[in-house]
Write a protein that binds this ligand. Structure first.
Ligand SMILES: Nc1ncnc2c1ncn2[C@@H]1O[C@H](COP(=O)(O)OP(=O)(O)OP(=O)(O)O)[C@@H](O)[C@H]1O
Ligand SMILES: [Mg+2]
Length: 409
């Protein structure tokens, strides 16, 4: 087969562009690491007052327990000012010592698998997911065990929770069955180890990688070659190969997706117990969203016919909302009129603190107010806003756990 000479030039141009892109990417990673001052990303530390607030005890109690030596074995570091600088791991260990129990789901309660998806690129899926996850994990003392699965080969949410490993196993590797087990290793162990620890002690991430794109092509080939669904179970791979083996290790799994209704997304749907659809309140985005919803219904029909159990909830989340912008306000009104109670009560507002922290792949909960590139007021306002959204999300999640139901009775 001969290649047209112009196509060959185009190919050469693309190869050269790819090299430049790779160098640029490497440069950005280096810059980002230098910015962190260490290879490992570190979470902010907390003052004694902030630690006491998070633990729900008063400052004097903490001081007394320190004086009694109850926390000595935790080797809590002191900052340059001579005061304790608690890490979140320190605070979680102190909670155990103080008898404050972790509030995990009961084993009989269903693991919540929340998928965030929209066909609209750039509507805030990743930004919302990483900040909601960080808020769920760090703004209370419940120590939810949170897993993030990055099902977008672009790897945006993986960048917010970088792995210390050079070449981590990705979700696509597991779904595509291209990892060999070590001697004596079980599949469950391999999957559990693939959920990497992150700088937030109760969040683990299963990252994505560029090769995960091959899943699409391979699934299409499998579909062509096999006759019955049982031969490949191509929409059950995420659920059966990745989530079920580690089900007992998590309370909540959040899945970030690409702006595409691809085979990965069918897998996300099959694994999901709930769905969050971000809506950016601009006219073109809202119209695109309405077309997407029509298509989503059709796709869900396929997934339901193959055995999906249905969602516990489906919510729209208004994202990147510019307060005071009249046309956006009108669109939010339309969204609420159309979808009623299925719209989260609070939008995620547009925030310079979110823009600033995202530019260095941080959530707004990773940094101390003094380290933020945005103003203190803007960071605190954004944190309060995300906490309001998370309170509602947590209520929606917990209303499916019977152990919580009995607390409410
Ligand atoms: N609340 C917000 N405040 C400020 N900037 C925001 C906010 N939400 C999203 N953004 C910005 O909008 C851009 C797109 O957001 P994001 O990457 O989260 O979208 P996405 O839906 O995940 O995109 P993709 O479809 O490519 O995966 C980013 O630059 C992000 O920083
Ligand atoms: Mg994204």
């Amino acid at each position: 087969m001969s290649i047209n000479s112009n196509a060959l030039s185009t190919y050469k141009l693309l190869k050269a562009t790819a090299e430049v892109a790779e160098q640029s990417l490497e440069g950005r990673i280096q810059h980002y690491r230098a910015h962190l001052k260490s290879e490992d990303k570190e979470l902010r530390t907390y003052t004694q007052k902030a630690a006491a607030d998070l633990l729900g005890v008063n400052n004097r109690t903490l001081k007394r327990r320190h004086d009694q030596g109850d926390f000595d074995h935790l080797s809590i570091q002191k900052g340059a000012n001579g005061h304790y600088a608690y890490t979140l791991s320190n605070i979680f260990a102190m909670a155990e010592i103080l008898g404050i129990k972790a509030d995990h789901r009961d084993p009989s309660d269903k693991l919540q698998v929340l998928v965030i998806n929209s066909l609209k690129g750039g509507c805030g899926k990743t930004t919302s997911l990483v900040n909601l996850a960080a808020a769920l994990a760090t703004t209370n003392i419940k120590r939810y065990r949170i897993g993030i699965i990055d099902l977008d080969p672009q790897g945006s949410s993986s960048s917010f929770f970088p792995s210390n490993e050079h070449d981590p196993i990705t979700v696509g590797d597991l779904m595509r069955d291209c990892i060999e087990l070590d001697e004596g290793e079980t599949w469950s162990q391999l999957v559990a180890d693939s959920f990497q620890k992150t700088h937030i002690p109760n969040i683990r991430i299963l990252p994505s990688g560029m090769d995960d794109f091959y899943f699409e092509h391979e699934t299409a080939t499998e579909l062509k070659e096999s006759s019955s669904y049982e031969e490949t179970r191509h929409y059950h791979k995420l659920k059966e190969r990745v989530i079920q083996p580690v089900e007992d290790e998590f309370d909540i799994i959040l899945i970030d997706t690409a702006p595409s209704l691809n085979f990965m997304f069918y897998n996300a749907l099959m694994a999901s117990t709930a769905m969050l659809i971000p809506v950016h309140p601009e006219a073109v985005d809202f119209d695109a969203n309405n077309k997407y919803l029509k298509r989503l219904g059709e796709i869900y029909h396929t997934v339901a016919a193959l055995g999906h159990d249905g969602w516990d909830f489906m919510q729209f989340l208004v994202t990147n909302y510019v307060k005071g912008n009249h046309s956006q306000r009108d669109i939010v009104k339309d969204v609420r009129t159309a979808f009623g109670r299925q719209v989260m009560s609070y939008p995620i507002n547009h925030s310079s603190a979110i823009t600033a922290s995202s530019s260095s792949f941080n959530t707004i909960f990773d940094q101390k107010t003094s380290d933020s590139l945005a103003s203190r007021e803007s960071l605190l306002r954004a944190q309060e806003n995300i906490k309001d959204v998370v309170d509602e999300l947590e209520m929606l999640i917990r209303s499916n756990w019977s152990s919580t139901q009995s607390n409410l009775d």
